[in-house]
Design a protein around this ligand. Structure first.
Ligand SMILES: C[S@@+](CC[C@H](N)C(=O)[O-])C[C@H]1O[C@@H](n2cnc3c(N)ncnc32)[C@H](O)[C@@H]1O
Length: 265
C-alpha cells in the first residue's frame, strides 16, 4: 500500500508586539512567542539598538531562559534622500533587498518542522512592510512556508489612550497618514488626522489654523513625552522637547493627532 508523503512546511508568526510598553503584549502574542523556535530580529543600526534590546527583554520575560533562538540580521538602509518621483522606486529596491534577507533567514535558519517569528513594532497592519515582504518571498517560490498574523497595539492606539481621547469625533471619519503627505496639504473631507513617520514636524505648517495637536514621543517607554494643545501654543514646546530628546537619545519616534476645529472648515 502506498502512503502519501507527509508534507512539512515551515511556519511563521508575524507578531505585533505593541508600541513600546512590554505590557502591551497581548495574550495571543505571548502564546505565539511560546510556540516559536527561532526569532528573527532585524536591527536598523546602533541608534535603534534600544528597540532590539526591548524585544529581547520581552522574550526573556515570557520564555524560559535559553529556551529560544534569536537570529539577528542587519536591515538594509533605505535611500532616504530620494524624494518626489524617486520615492517609490527607492522603497521598492529596499523591499526587494529585505525580501532577499527574509528568504535567506527562513531557508537557512529555520528547520523544515520549525516555527519562526518576526516581532513587529506596534501592529503589523500599519506602516509596516513585513507582510508585503513575506508575500514577495512566497511569490518567488524558492522557500515554502505558511504564516499567520497576531495583531498588536499600534502607536496610534497607544497615543490616544495616553491622551485619554478618541481618534474620531461622533460619526466622523479619521485619517492616518504620513508627514510627507501632510506636507502636501491638510487632507480633504476629514478633520481628525493621525500623522506618523514625520521627520520634519510638518504640523508647523498649520500653526496659523485652529487645530489642536495631541503629540507623543517614545510612547509606552520610560522616555515617553506627551504634549497637547493648540498648535500655535504647543508647537514650539514640541519642537524644543523633540530636539532635546533626539540629541540625548540619537533617535526619535513620534506620532500625533491633529484635530481641526469646525470653524476652520
Ligand atoms: C514604520 S512605522 C511603524 C508603525 C507600527 N507598525 C505601529 O503600529 O505603530 C514607525 C512610526 O510609528 C510611530 N511610532 C511607533 N512607535 C512609536 C512610539 N512608541 N511612540 C511614538 N510613535 C511611535 C512613529 O510615527 C514612527 O515614525
Amino acid at each position: 500500500m502506498a502512503y502519501g508523503r507527509l508534507v512539512v512546511v515551515r511556519r511563521i508568526h508575524v507578531i505585533g508586539i505593541g508600541a513600546g510598553d512590554p505590557e502591551q503584549l497581548t495574550l495571543q502574542a505571548v502564546r505565539a512567542l511560546r510556540s516559536t523556535d527561532v526569532f528573527f530580529v532585524l536591527d536598523k543600526g546602533e541608534v535603534k539598538s534600544d528597540l532590539t534590546r526591548l524585544r529581547r527583554d520581552m522574550l526573556d520575560t515570557h520564555l524560559p531562559e535559553g529556551g529560544y533562538r534569536v537570529v539577528e540580521a542587519r536591515d538594509p538602509e533605505r535611500d532616504r534622500r530620494a524624494g518626489g518621483a524617486a520615492y517609490s522606486p527607492a522603497v521598492g529596491d529596499w523591499r526587494s533587498a529585505r525580501a532577499g534577507i527574509y528568504e535567506r533567514l527562513i531557508a537557512e535558519e529555520l528547520g523544515e518542522d520549525e516555527s519562526g517569528a518576526f516581532l513587529v513594532w506596534g501592529d503589523p497592519a500599519l506602516y509596516d512592510s513585513t507582510l508585503g515582504i513575506l508575500e514577495e518571498v512566497l511569490a518567488a517560490g524558492t522557500v515554502a512556508f505558511t504564516y499567520d498574523v497576531v495583531p498588536g497595539v499600534s502607536s496610534v492606539s497607544a497615543l490616544v489612550a495616553r491622551h485619554r481621547t478618541g481618534l474620531n469625533r461622533v460619526a466622523r471619519p479619521v485619517q492616518i497618514t504620513t508627514g510627507r503627505r501632510l506636507a502636501e496639504g491638510f487632507p480633504e473631507g476629514v478633520d481628525d488626522v493621525v500623522v506618523m513617520l514625520d521627520a520634519h514636524q510638518t504640523f508647523r505648517q498649520y500653526a496659523e489654523d485652529d487645530i489642536d495637536i495631541y503629540w507623543g514621543a517614545y510612547i509606552g517607554t520610560p522616555d515617553e513625552i506627551l504634549v497637547a494643545g493648540p498648535i500655535a501654543e504647543a508647537g514650539p514646546r514640541i519642537e524644543r522637547l523633540r530636539a532635546e530628546a533626539r540629541e540625548r537619545k540619537g533617535w526619535i519616534m513620534d506620532t500625533y493627532l491633529l484635530r481641526r476645529n469646525p470653524g476652520e472648515r
